[in-house]
Design a protein around this ligand. Structure first.
Ligand code: IMP
Ligand code: MG
Length: 182
């Protein structure tokens, strides 16, 4: 499929499907090199569902067989600016006690969502916790947290696609882009 041809004029491509696939392969090898036995992937929904789906297949490609679970967290609601409050909309099913957990999220922005997830999973007795994000907006950080694995640094722009939305739209796009006109 030609990504450009399928792009409506209102969207500008920031990270192509090819660039994303290449970085996921590289990140999977980094994760494998860390030799985290008994690995569990905890994907933060909704935004990370496409990223997590591709990442776990990249992990399979480097010989890993993680268990996978999901947690739905909300800090954004319908607004584009973070409210600062993180809440659990749906919790994980699996027990993280004694496990090596890889938390997967789409965007590291203020850092509140990832810090909340990390603190929660630590409090539940995980052995070691690593964090993996598709995009890091470093300039927006409000709490001190650095990702262990990051596909791309991202400028301070609101991005959509590859699982990420604005008002529930654009999640289906195979690339990360920005909305130019609305
Ligand atoms: P934080 O808690 O401020 O770090 O926000 C992280 C969450 O906000 C991510 O899990 C995303 O779901 C969402 N988010 C931040 N920036 C964007 C964006 O540019 N597009 C879509 N979602 C975003
Ligand atoms: Mg999210």
């Amino acid at each position: 499929m030609d990504t450009q041809a399928s792009t409506s004029p209102e969207l500008e491509v920031i990270f192509t499907p090819e660039a994303i696939a290449q970085r996921l392969g590289e990140m999977a090898r980094e994760v494998a090199d860390a030799r985290l036995d008994n690995l569990m992937v905890a994907a933060i929904l909704k935004g990370s569902f496409v990223f997590a789906a591709d990442l776990i297949r990249a992990l399979h490609g480097v010989g890993l067989a993680p268990e996978v679970d999901f947690m739905t967290l909300s800090s954004y609601r319908k607004a584009r600016a973070s409210s600062g409050q993180v809440s659990i909309l749906r919790d994980m099913d699996l027990d993280v006690r004694g496990r090596n957990v890889l938390i997967v999220d789409d965007v590291l922005d203020s850092g509140r969502t990832l810090a909340f997830a990390k603190d929660l999973i630590a409090a539940r007795g995980a052995r070691a916790i690593k964090t993996c994000v598709l995009l890091d907006k470093r300039s927006k950080r409000a709490v001190h947290i650095e990702p262990d694995y990051c596909a791309f640094e991202c400028p301070d722009i609101f991005v959509v696609g590859y699982g990420m939305d604005v008002a529930h739209r654009y999640r289906e796009l195979p690339f990360v882009g920005r909305v130019v006109h609305e």
